[in-house]
Design a protein. Structure first.
Length: 332
């Protein structure tokens, strides 16, 4: 256990802030899940994806995001705790029940996983065999819209033979994954860094397609991890921050970006805020940024802070700001 984790547990005893259970149906729920590896552990994670919502998963490299997705998809089994898909505990369910629940989920990996020798048509056939709801017409329409049926530069096979996965660019491979994923008609999409390494135009195309799919299928739910927090700002309803195998914050995205704030305070200003106690110490996270001895302070209510301290600078918090201050900051 690192010093950061020990300090967090000693001073806070719980994650900085958590989403209150809404009682609404969930597509995915991890309940006190733990999983140990040789050099890493997921510890007592609780996470839910309400039906019809997009939950963004953020954190540093190695924080545990991919492990949580593997636990959600059943490619890894928890040592303790349970995983529920669509209200059914699949850790306790039989193989057939688990398989039925998994047929309602689809995933996009950070790297196109399909063998390079497969044609696009063969990829679709594989998915059609796994998903009775696979919509070939929708898949072809998505391919046409994504413009990946044209022969890429340098490929030697004619289009009529079927474009092979190995002939696709990285962006085209990610588009293919998303097209397949959306065409399955799955109720839960699990997307692991779907826009990583893509140019801004391709990223915008993928995000737009995903937003349109969610608008057309309001009951569809999404769990998506990304280091590009600006993408989540445009897409997510909830944000979950993970660090060292634990959930350290979960909240509605609008609470982070519209309610919380980041104050940049000189030492005398920080001392004044602490002495006056208008904002309880336990609700502040502080990180010394090294600029003229100033500190960045994450405050829970920007509007209240500005009213109390109109002479101090307090900006709206971006998702990246919140993640940095919750992970690297210290509680007062």
């Amino acid at each position: 256990m690192s010093a950061v984790t020990k300090e967090r547990e000693a001073t806070m005893g719980r994650p900085y802030r958590t989403m209150e259970p809404s009682g609404e149906p969930t597509a995915l729920e991890l309940r006190h899940v733990a999983k140990s590896f040789d050099d890493f552990a997921v510890r007592d994670v609780c996470l839910s994806v309400p039906c019809g919502s997009v939950v963004g998963l953020v954190g540093r490299n190695g924080a545990g995001k991919t492990t949580l997705m593997r636990l959600a998809l059943g490619t890894a089994r928890p040592d303790r705790g349970s995983v529920a898909l669509f209200g059914q505990d699949v850790t306790a369910a039989g193989q057939e029940a688990h398989a039925r629940a998994r047929m309602r989920t689809a995933t996009v990996a950070s790297v196109c996983p399909y063998p390079g020798y497969l044609t696009i048509g063969e990829v679709a056939t594989v998915y059609a065999l796994s998903y009775p709801t696979f919509d070939h017409a929708a898949f072809e329409a998505l391919l046409d819209r994504m413009d990946i049926m044209h022969q890429p530069e340098g490929a030697h096979r004619p289009v009529s033979a079927g474009l092979r996965v190995g002939d696709l660019s990285r962006g085209q491979g990610m588009k293919l994954q998303l097209a397949v994923c959306l065409a399955t008609g799955a109720d839960l999409l699990v997307l692991d860094e779907p826009t990583a390494g893509l140019d801004p135009i391709v990223r915008d195309e993928l995000l737009q397609m995903l937003r349109e799919h969610m608008a057309a299928h309001p009951d569809c739910s999404v769990l998506v991890s990304s280091h590009i927090t600006g993408d989540l700002d445009r897409l997510a309803d909830y944000i979950v921050i993970v660090d060292e195998g634990q959930v350290v914050l979960s909240a509605e995205k609008d609470e982070l970006t519209e309610v919380m704030g980041v104050a940049r305070l000189l030492p005398a200003q920080l001392e004044r805020v602490l002495d006056e106690g208008i904002v309880p110490r336990g609700e502040l996270r502080v990180h010394e940024d090294g600029l003229a001895g100033a500190s960045e302070v994450l405050v829970p209510d920007r509007a209240a802070f500005v009213r109390a301290y109109p002479d101090m600078v307090c900006d709206r918090a971006a998702i990246e700001d919140v993640m940095r201050l919750v992970v690297l900051g210290r509680s007062l």
